[in-house]
Write a protein that binds this ligand. Structure first.
Ligand code: COA
Length: 311
């Protein structure tokens, strides 16, 4: 029987050249490498580029890895919290740089946006699209007060992308869970033209809770247990958040993709950056069940279980 399922067939990444280490912050703020490392797991992050330029670089790499031409793409979805312009959507600039066909739009679900976008791509494949380019790109350094030690050390810039293609044999997106609790807007937000404002401890507690609940939801929908998961690809905000969620879910850290030590929190880019790193290190085998889990301002959350199958 032919169905309109989806699978991930390629991936790409982009990071700006400027490396900002904990020592750089230590030199000009009342903070220390020890504090940042112990509380967050972050050692360095990258600053620079535009959301569109990073997105286009990652998107082109994803097309190459999938063996596709820009004209093969029928839809481009750009997940971002930091658009380059108020209008048009940053995806218009990316479309023009890469040369994709069909529609393009931005999606903003904060740091949960990438998994939202991947799930939407799967829905669009069901509706007839054959190849969708999904990009997560953010330049959070621009909306972070670099003199506020409680936020400055956390965020970085970057982009990651995947290609979602029609799979006529099986839907490899086994299950998904998207959610939002709008009552949590005041604990993490950024006004137009302003800087990110955050109640760190509150965000931490809620993040662990939604990661655990949302992961349990997708495991149950996919009729799997945590033992069936070969790799978790969580949003890369804070190593302690990931450790706390993993512990409650019964998933060991060695089954977890981590890049936040090198990238900080890159919002929409964090999950595809971690996925690409795991894939390049040979941590993903055909048929593996991969648990994606994101959370962010809103408070939004998004999880999915995907069966890894590039071919
Ligand atoms: N260096 C040194 N001290 C710092 C600091 C820094 N960079 N940032 C904050 N502090 C201080 C605080 O001012 C506070 O001092 P006080 O006790 O004198 O008031 C102290 O450290 C403890 O602050 P607290 O907020 O309780 O620390 P924490 O253990 O919760 O860690 C975060 C702070 C921000 C690292 C943590 O709460 C966190 O990661 N939260 C989630 C943030 C997040 O993921 N946001 C994005 C979601 S997508």
């Amino acid at each position: 029987m032919t169905i309109r399922g989806s699978h991930i067939t390629g991936w790409g990444t982009a990071l700006p050249d400027q490396v900002v280490t904990n020592a750089d912050f230590e030199a000009r703020l009342d903070t220390s490498d020890t504090w940042i490392t112990e509380r967050t797991g972050i050692k360095e992050r990258r600053f620079g580029g535009t959301t569109a330029s990073l997105a286009a670089e990652a998107g082109k790499m994803a097309l190459e890895s999938a063996g596709l031409l820009p004209s093969d793409i029928e839809l481009l979805i750009l997940s971002t919290t930091t658009p380059d312009l108020t209008t048009p959507a940053t995806s218009s600039i990316v479309q023009n740089t890469i040369g994709t066909r069909g529609g393009a739009f931005d999606l903003n679900a904060a740091c949960a946006g990438f998994v939202y976008a991947m799930v939407v791509a799967g829905g669009m494949v069901k509706m007839g699209a054959n190849r969708v380019l999904v990009i997560g790109s953010d330049t959070l350094s621009k909306i972070t007060d670099q003199n506020d030690r409680s936020t400055a050390v956390l965020f970085g810039d970057g982009a990651g992308a995947i290609v979602v293609e029609l799979d006529p044999t099986e839907d490899k997106i086994l299950s998904y869970d998207l959610g939002v609790d709008g009552s949590a807007v005041p604990i993490l937000y950024c006004n137009h033209g302003g800087y990110m404002t955050m109640e760190g401890r509150e965000v931490f507690k809620k993040a662990v809770r939604v990661m655990v609940e949302s992961s349990r939801n997708v495991l149950e929908s996919a009729k799997l247990t945590s033992d069936d998961i070969a790799l978790v690809v969580p949003h890369q905000a804070n190593l302690r958040i990931i450790e706390a969620a993993n512990q409650r879910l019964g998933i060991p850290m060695d089954k977890t993709a981590i890049v936040l030590d090198k990238t900080g929190n890159t919002s929409s880019a964090s999950i595809p950056l971690a996925l690409a790193d795991a894939a390049e290190k040979g941590k993903l085998k055909e048929g593996d069940n991969v648990l994606f889990c994101g959370f962010g301002a809103g408070m939004t959350w998004s999880s999915a279980v995907v069966r890894w199958s590039k071919s």
